[in-house]
Ligand binder design. Structure first.
Ligand SMILES: [Zn+2]
Length: 98
């Protein structure tokens, strides 16, 4: 996922985990091409935001694994069912609390 983000965005040097979509590298010679690039940039921006969120969730899950808290509901602190974790590995809450 980080690789995918890197292909069109770069991580902020100041804030870790904060990504910025890159402007498409080639510059259009005509207004039409310019508009295409702006449109593509918009798409990248949206994708970057989605991926950044996803990446944060993954990192959160990894952090929990490190602390041995993976698979524990954030609300009721009870273990999340294996079936739910399989279907949604990044689940933070059990089915009841979700
Ligand atoms: Zn719960």
């Amino acid at each position: 996922m980080e690789k995918q983000l890197n292909s069109f965005a770069q991580e902020s040097t100041q804030v870790k985990g904060d990504w910025q979509a890159k402007m498409p590298s080639s510059h259009g010679s005509s207004l039409e091409e310019e508009a295409d690039h702006v449109e593509e940039f918009g798409t990248r921006l949206a994708l970057e935001r989605t991926l950044e969120k996803e990446l944060k969730n993954v990192e959160l899950a990894l952090e929990k694994i490190r602390k041995g808290r993976y698979g524990i509901c954030e609300k009721c602190k009870k273990p999340i069912s294996q079936g739910r974790l399989k279907a949604y590995p990044r689940a933070q809450f059990c089915t009841k609390c979700q």
